[in-house]
Design a protein around this ligand. Structure first.
Ligand code: GSH
Length: 220
């Protein structure tokens, strides 16, 4: 059976779980405790020699990097979420990259500086925090514009791009990034967050975050 290695507050790991749920794949989930350094222990390094989650072991085939994993799983199971048509696939890839390289990167800067650095005792990098806030303000209008013209991120059907964008945006409430002026993003996100593939993992990221960190200031 497919083995999936994750940690609960990782958008990259959640992306793989959302897809596995969406495809109704049987899998076993293994939680790697990053604060205990389990990702650098020999047992896990056999799965991913670079010591990061997510990673999978699919009957002896080990793979890391969330975007590579979701493409592999979608292709293996012949799912239309990763179309075979050259141009449709290119459009999905474009939006996977946009979500990963722009949206997730900007939100990651905010998330690390407002939460993760503090909990590890590292100083806040004000420049990086400012960049994160500036860049998310540039990228969200582009996502909004796309969703004002299409029902889904890469066009008119659900694809991997939706899974990647959804997992990237999961941290918005915890990062105090207000989405309310992006009406199409809000409606698209609400629709997907109510689907079983999402609900089977959690109610929302903020609830999981609050449960794990004991904080109560973030709601979704
Ligand atoms: N680009 C990678 C990012 C993987 C990554 O950085 N994972 C983090 C958790 S979000 C991790 O495992 N960190 C462990 C460490 O830095 O030791 C992906 O998309 O899978």
């Amino acid at each position: 059976m497919l083995q999936i290695y994750v940690t609960p507050l990782s958008s990259a790991a959640n992306k793989v779980l959302y897809l596995a749920n969406y495809l109704n794949l049987p899998y076993e989930k293994h939680t790697i405790n990053l604060s205990k350094g389990e990702q650098k222990q020999p047992a896990f390094l056999k799965i991913n020699p670079y010591g990061r989650v997510p990673a999978i072991n699919d009957n002896g085939f080990c793979l890391a990097e969330s975007n590579a994993i979701i493409r592999y799983l979608a292709d293996k199971h012949q799912s239309p979420v990763y179309p075979k048509d050259l141009q449709q696939r290119a459009m999905v890839d474009q939006w996977i990259d946009y979500a990963s390289q722009h949206v997730m990167l900007a939100l990651g800067k905010i998330m690390y500086n407002t939460h993760f650095y503090q909990s590890s005792g590292s100083p806040i990098d004000e420049r990086s925090l400012e960049d994160g806030r500036k860049f998310i303000g540039i990228h969200l209008p582009n996502v909004e514009n796309q969703l004002s013209q299409h029902s889904f991120v890469a066009g008119d059907s659900m694809t991997l791009a939706d899974i990647v964008m959804l997992s990237a945006l999961d941290v918005c409430e915890v990062c105090n990034v207000d989405l309310s002026s992006y009406k199409h993003i809000v409606a698209w996100r609400k629709k997907l967050m109510n689907e079983p593939f999402y609900r089977n993992l959690h109610e929302n990221f903020a609830a999981t975050f609050n449960q794990i960190t004991g904080k109560t200031n973030a709601t979704a």
